[in-house]
Design a protein around this ligand. Structure first.
Ligand code: TZP
Ligand code: MG
Length: 238
């Protein structure tokens, strides 16, 4: 596959994605990240992210390559939190950046051509800025208060509706989302969600993901973005 085809495939998978799971080493504790990732992908996670706060990126290369393989085996995207250089080295599908991280322009100078950039945002203004600056997808949250990111104030469900009306890029809702409150999040206009602790603390990770994915609905019905016409088929909304 050439660079253009890979870029197109990544954007197509992003458009079709509903469930984004994070292999967060802090939340996993002593549990095996590769096994957790395998169960997540088997359960239908569309995007897998490695998040390893407090670790040195150099020490994560082997794990990142293993997770890259796990994601590939299920047709899921694989992203790395915080470190574009590690994402480039491990041939990840992209990197996820926060408000305090590198700008999109800076990150693109480190990433390989065609790798994706996601950006965490906490307001409509930040979400619109991230889109304007060229992020491929936006995360908004925390929707609810969450022990996974205790320092962050919840933005509430109302931001989902605002963002939905204004953003063209795919956006994911994150923060305190679990099976029990998923209906509220969907009713507020979300199509895509990220879950960390709900998935990683589930008794049966695969079954939990399968159930959430079923409630989110089939991938193929999502509108917009690259179409089946392929990478050279004119302009998409992106
Ligand atoms: N960014 C905003 S909230 C959050 C991140 C990384 C943590 C979400 O974790 P959980 O366990 O799904 O609430
Ligand atoms: Mg970050």
């Amino acid at each position: 596959m050439n660079v253009e085809e890979r870029r197109w495939l990544r954007k197509l998978r992003l458009r079709q994605s509903r469930l984004y799971g994070i292999v967060d080493l802090g939340t996993l504790g002593a549990n095996d990240p590769v096994k957790a990732a395998e169960r997540m992908v088997a359960g239908g996670v569309d995007v897998l992210q490695l998040r390893a706060k407090g670790h040195e990126p150099e020490s994560l290369e082997r794990l990142a390559r293993s997770l890259r393989g796990v994601a590939d085996s299920g047709g899921a995207l694989f992203l790395i939190n915080d470190w574009p250089l590690l994402a480039a080295r491990c041939d990840a599908d992209g990197v996820h950046l926060g408000q305090e991280d590198l700008s999109t322009v800076e990150a693109r100078t480190i990433l390989a051509d065609g790798q994706l950039i996601g950006r965490s945002t906490h307001s409509l203004g930040q979400a619109l800025a991230a889109e304007r600056e060229g992020a491929d997808y936006i995360a908004i949250g925390p929707i609810f208060a969450t022990p996974t990111k205790p320092e962050a104030d919840p933005v509430g469900l109302s931001l989902i509706r605002e963002v939905r009306e204004r953003l063209r890029k795919p956006f994911f809702c994150i923060g305190g989302i679990r099976m029990e409150n998923l209906p509220e999040v969907l009713d507020a206009g979300a199509e895509r969600v990220v879950m960390v602790s709900a998935i990683l603390h589930a008794e049966d990770i695969e079954a939990y993901c399968r159930e959430v994915a079923a409630r989110l609905g089939p991938r193929s019905l999502l509108a917009g973005g690259p179409t089946t016409q392929g990478p050279r088929a004119g302009h998409s909304r992106e």
